[in-house]
Design a protein around this ligand. Structure first.
Ligand code: NAD
Ligand code: LMR
Length: 321
């Protein structure tokens, strides 16, 4: 029997409450029969985690081998195949993601040094807690024993949003849309780019003014729109995107994917940022899709997102060794 060790941080929170049940209902991991699940949250949330554990047990999932709830970070991370880092302070009404940056930088720096101490170099870490790209950058810089490629930040929610908005505009099925790209930061500067999108290998054709005036701003502001309507940040859709992200990493994907990855000078974007790029992903790793023609409007938006990430990197520079 093949068993994987999975740790979820922020396990008493809203996203985890969807994510855990989604994962256990149908594992997104290849060649895996069951999982050992470790759920980490802060000490004040331990009572709630016990209730969560009871609920998980009451589902009698055949995919669950063992479950542990804890506030001990070393114990939570030890021997993990995947760590899904959801635990962070979320944005509330009226806050920008940048408002969270220093609070969450502290969390990610201290958890990074524990990952570096107790995890093996094959551990994969997915960063969800916002500002996700900069938290992932802190994590990357503070885990020299983990290869950069094993640390990614969640952009799949943005890619899913973009596909869904486009599909409803052109009256097609979401699953038929290929080659949707999200460039940049998981923030309002992100750049949803449909210029390569195809359906059944045929290039789509949509009105340029709809792209500029509706599509791009709608995807960029969707997270804030949800906070406005729900009074809380997206949870079920974020959990669904995390599930998809894990599936992409573990099985690979036949489509173009957008994940937050460490830049190395691609498309003249500054090196050393966690930036969403177009990728081909296999179960062995990923490659950046090269030599795409980027139209000038998209290119100038990419530069704005790069500027924002450079600014965030500057704010957290004391957390980057
Ligand atoms: P939530 O407040 O419901 O849950 C967060 C949980 O993290 C809480 O239980 C809290 O106690 C825990 N936590 C805080 N500090 C911790 C620490 N040091 N160690 C372990 N756990 C800790 O928030 P949520 O709605 O689940 O969202 C979680 C994060 O995900 C937020 O930062 C949110 O902005 C972000 N988010 C990211 C995306 C994305 O696409 N990248 C999408 C939606 C939300
Ligand atoms: C989202 O995209 O829904 C989340 O990242 C919430 C936010 O802070 O925008």
């Amino acid at each position: 029997m093949n068993i994987k060790n999975i740790c979820i941080t922020g396990a008493a929170g809203n996203i985890a409450y969807s994510l855990i049940f989604r994962i256990l209902a149908k594992l997104p991991f290849s060649n895996t029969d069951k999982i050992n699940l470790k759920l980490l949250d802060i000490t004040q949330s331990q009572k709630s985690l016990i209730g969560l554990r009871y609920e998980i047990e009451d589902c009698a999932f055949s995919t669950l081998n063992s479950i542990e709830v804890t506030d001990n970070v070393e114990n939570a991370f030890q021997e993990s195949d995947y760590i899904i880092m959801v635990g962070a302070k979320p944005r509330s009404k009226g806050m920008e993601r940048s408002d969270l940056i220093l609070d969450n930088a502290n969390i990610f720096k201290s958890q990074a040094s524990i990952i570096d101490d107790v995890c093996s170099s094959s551990t994969k870490v997915i960063v969800v807690g916002n500002p996700a790209n900069t938290n992932a950058l802190i994590l990357n810089y503070n885990t020299p024993s983990i290869p950069n490629e094993n640390i990614t930040s969640l952009m799949k929610l943005d890619q899913n949003r973009a596909k869904s908005i486009l599909a409803s505009k052109i009256g097609k099925q979401v699953e038929d849309i290929e080659q949707m790209i999200i460039w940049g930061n998981h923030s309002t500067t992100q750049v949803p780019d449909l210029s390569n999108c195809k359906i059944n290998s045929v290039q789509i054709n949509v009105d340029e003014s709809w792209i500029q005036n509706t599509f791009i701003p709608k995807v960029q502001k969707r997270g804030g729109e949800i906070i406005e309507y729900r009074g809380l940040s997206s949870a079920a859709s974020a959990a669904s995107a995390i599930y998809d992200h894990i599936h992409v990493l573990d099985y690979g994907s036949g489509s173009w994917e957008s994940l937050g990855v460490m830049t190395g000078g691609e498309y003249e974007i500054s090196s050393g940022l966690m930036f969403s790029l177009p990728l081909n992903v296999t179960n062995k790793g990923y490659n950046v899709i090269k030599d795409l023609n980027i139209n000038p409007d998209i290119d100038s938006l990419i530069k704005l997102s790069e500027q924002e990430l450079l600014k965030e990197r500057d704010i957290v520079k004391s957390f980057l060794p």
